[in-house]
Design a protein around this ligand. Structure first.
Ligand SMILES: Cc1cc2nc3c(=O)[nH]c(=O)nc-3n(C[C@H](O)[C@H](O)[C@H](O)COP(=O)(O)OP(=O)(O)OC[C@H]3O[C@@H](n4cnc5c(N)ncnc54)[C@H](O)[C@@H]3O)c2cc1C
Length: 547
């Protein structure tokens, strides 16, 4: 039987069934069944080729010596682009799904993204850049700009596709966006851009890029940044004053061309209010951070699948690897973390869907930002850990490029860097606590959801209550520290918050899904909070017997 990343994932099917109405679920279920097979087979094969021998190339000049700054991608990659966007992974968040006559949502899009990134985390990057571009145009562009670009960014085979891009980072720094110096010079009704963006993913592939630049005379720092929509080519197909200096030679995610881009008078259109550029981009960045978490759980799932399959088939000392307690323990713990982190990310996505359509309360809007920061950090770190464990489970083979495991590790490694490093996410946590007392919102959120579980899960309730009390005491000390000292503690606290959120989800899923999920919750809690004493039976081994 052919591999299928959707049909083999009962947890994802459960999430969709529980959160989509019947007709939407029937549609999504059917579409994901075929997408899950496509990704696990053809797209996976093409991804291997793109990574090893067919990566994007910069064609800087044509045969006459003219600058063309075009990016070549292989035939299979083109097919993957076409097939993926036609699923509506970007488009159906913003326009109607024809057969349902209503818009889709982020939950469905992220379900597709999670399946896709199990084979092509590199190409999921351009998809997420297109998602961010569509978000910015849909929310903030005026009608003229919207009608010009949005249908193309949301194309599903109906009109020409324009992939998107978001260019913030400059040579002097990516975290400190306020230091941006790319200039915007007035030209009639619009502007022309001059300067360089140093990390520009999807360069040469994007039809339109969302770019931060400083209008001449605007204040320094982040307040003086404006968001522009910049088409890659003009209406005649010529380059719009843009050139690519070079493509980066990267450790991983080789499917996405990341370039150094120079603007020399590129025509640029202001999006929204000229003085709110950074605010808009930060909103898009939060969407991208969820995409990052989705790609992370995709890599985690693939790493787990590969480790499980290899261990079940490999012999050592006359036994299968899966006969050894240490192997069972490793796989059991990874399995529990995987399922619960996936459910937690989708719990956040449910909230995000409400925030985006304006249905969330003011407190929930803050919680949404908080969860994005702590889960982006946690999932990215776990993706690297899972890829490392998958290599370990394969022994020497895990290090060899015939297997997918080295690519998983190389691709995972970028997830902690782009869309905000761990330190930058730690700073976001400090900001949210200082400005909005987000720590109190977090404690109340966990308490409220725990209260609903009190009767059905007594043993777990006490573990989580005790950990929450300890974190509350930590918050009391933290809140009284000066800002500089708070930054020192921020990452440890963010990690603890992620574990508490996940523990809540573990308990809820044990009640909601029952069966194997009760054991997965036990393993998760036992491992996370070091509950098992030496010599006691390990729940991870119990899980293995139930397979
Ligand atoms: C493959 C790839 C593709 C990319 N694509 C894009 C893209 O398409 N568009 C785009 O705009 N950017 C892109 N980036 C850039 C990426 O977003 C930045 O690399 C990232 O934001 C970090 O910025 P930096 O590299 O300048 O590192 P720096 O900002 O110089 O940071 C270096 C280190 O210092 C730490 N640091 C910085 N400030 C602080 C502080 N105040 N407190 C504590 N620690 C701090 C950081 O956490 C980090 O560990 C891409 C990067 C990569 C690797």
């Amino acid at each position: 039987m052919k591999r299928n990343f959707y049909l083999s994932d009962q947890t994802l099917q459960h999430v969709l069934k529980k959160n989509l109405d019947d007709s939407f679920f029937d549609y999504a279920n059917k579409k994901l069944e075929s997408f899950g097979e496509l990704v696990a087979n053809e797209i996976d094969e093409r991804a291997k080729h793109t990574d090893r021998t067919g990566e994007p190339q910069l064609l800087k000049y044509n045969k006459f010596g003219d600058e063309i700054s075009t990016v070549w991608v292989n035939e299979g990659y083109r097919k993957t682009i076409e097939e993926t966007y036609q699923t509506g992974i970007v488009g159906y968040v913003h326009k109607e799904i024809p057969s349902l006559q209503k818009k889709g949502n982020y939950l469905y899009s992220f379900a597709q993204g999670y399946v896709l990134s199990q084979a092509e985390a590199g190409f999921y990057c351009p998809v997420t850049l297109s998602m961010a571009t569509a978000f910015l145009l849909d929310h903030y562009a005026d009608d003229e700009l919207k009608s010009r670009f949005l249908p193309h960014v949301c194309a599903t085979g109906d009109v020409e596709l324009f992939e998107g891009a978001t260019f913030l980072t400059e040579r002097q720094g990516g975290s400190d966006v306020g230091a941006n110096v790319v200039r915007a010079v007035r030209d009639g009704e619009n502007y022309r851009l001059f300067g360089e963006k140093y990390f520009a993913s999807n360069a040469g592939m994007a039809g339109v890029a969302m770019v931060l630049a400083r209008i001449e005379g605007a204040p320094s720092g982040s307040r003086g940044l404006t968001l522009f929509a910049v088409p890659w080519r003009d209406e005649c197909g010529a380059l719009n004053g843009i050139s690519i200096r070079r493509l980066k030679d990267k450790l991983g995610v080789r499917a996405v061309p990341s370039g150094e881009v120079e603007f020399d008078g590129a025509i640029a259109y202001v999006v929204g209010d000229a003085d709110k550029g950074l605010k808009y981009m930060m909103e898009a960045l939060n969407l991208s951070r969820i995409c990052n978490a989705v790609a992370s759980v995709g890599i985690m799932r693939r790493a787990l699948t590969e480790a499980q399959e290899y261990a079940a088939n490999r012999d050592a000392f006359g036994r299968k690897l899966t006969d050894f307690p240490m192997v069972q323990d490793t796989l059991g713990k990874l399995h529990a973390k995987m399922e619960i982190e996936l459910l937690t990310v989708f719990d956040l996505i449910k909230l995000y869907d409400r925030v985006v359509v304006g249905q969330a309360t003011a407190d929930e809007v803050i919680l949404n930002r908080l969860f994005i920061a702590i889960l982006k950090k946690e999932t990215a770190e776990q993706a690297i850990h899972f890829a490392h464990e998958a290599i370990e489970m394969h022994g020497g083979n895990g290090y060899i490029e015939d297997f997918v495991t080295p690519r998983l590790l190389r691709d995972a490694q970028v997830l902690t860097v782009w869309e905000g490093t761990a330190n930058i996410l730690g700073l976001e946590l400090v900001r949210l606590i200082r400005k909005f007392e987000a720590h109190r919102l977090f404690v109340n959120f966990i308490k409220k959801r725990l209260e609903c579980l009190k009767d059905s899960s007594k043993k777990h309730f006490s573990i989580l209550s005790a950990e929450l009390e300890e974190l509350t005491r930590t918050f009391e000390v933290f809140a009284n520290l000066d800002e500089e000292t708070q930054t020192l503690e921020a990452k440890t606290i963010a990690h603890k918050m992620a574990l508490l959120y996940e523990s809540l989800i573990a308990i809820e899923s044990a009640i909601d899904l029952g069966g194997k999920h009760e054991l997965l919750a036990d393993i998760y809690l036992e491992n996370t909070w070091s509950l098992r004493k030496i010599g006691e039976p390990a729940k991870s081994l119990q899980l293995f017997k139930s397979y």
